[in-house]
Design a protein. Structure first.
Length: 139
């Protein structure tokens, strides 16, 4: 992997870790209004998802530059899987999460369930990107 692709992968991993591991927890620890903290965090997770899509496409383009053959399907899936997980969370789970919050509030069991699913998807995507970066930096 060339320097440009490593840089994009580093930005991707750093962005996901920063939003999910630093900024969102800080919002809930700092703001007294948990609803407001949730709205801001949700906006940041949406930005992280769209940013991940853009960075993934850029990474694929940089890796593809100068190559004549197609990448193996496993490598392609390895690059796209985190975006699929984040997309599922954003456009699949988030509407269910919002519906549960509207119906029963953020203390409801259904809200907690969908929040847990969303968190699991985000953590899995982040871990995948970080592991990919670590693997590439060892090469």
């Amino acid at each position: 992997m060339k320097l440009g692709a490593r840089l994009v992968l580093s930005l991707w991993a750093g962005g996901l870790v920063t939003v999910g591991g630093v900024v969102a927890p800080t919002l809930f620890a700092t703001l007294e209004d948990r609803h407001l903290a949730g709205l801001i965090a949700g906006s940041l997770f949406r930005v992280a998802t769209v940013g991940s899509l853009v960075l993934c496409l850029l990474l694929l383009l940089l890796e593809r530059r100068g190559q004549v053959s197609r990448p193996p399907p496993r490598q392609l899936l390895g690059r796209v899987a985190p975006v699929l997980l984040l997309g599922l969370s954003e456009w699949g789970v988030r509407p269910l999460l919002e519906a549960a919050r509207t119906a029963g509030g953020s203390a409801s069991g259904e809200f907690a369930l969908w929040h847990g699913v969303s968190t699991l998807l985000y953590v899995a995507a982040t871990a995948w990107v970080v592991a990919t970066l670590a693997r590439e930096l060892r090469r």
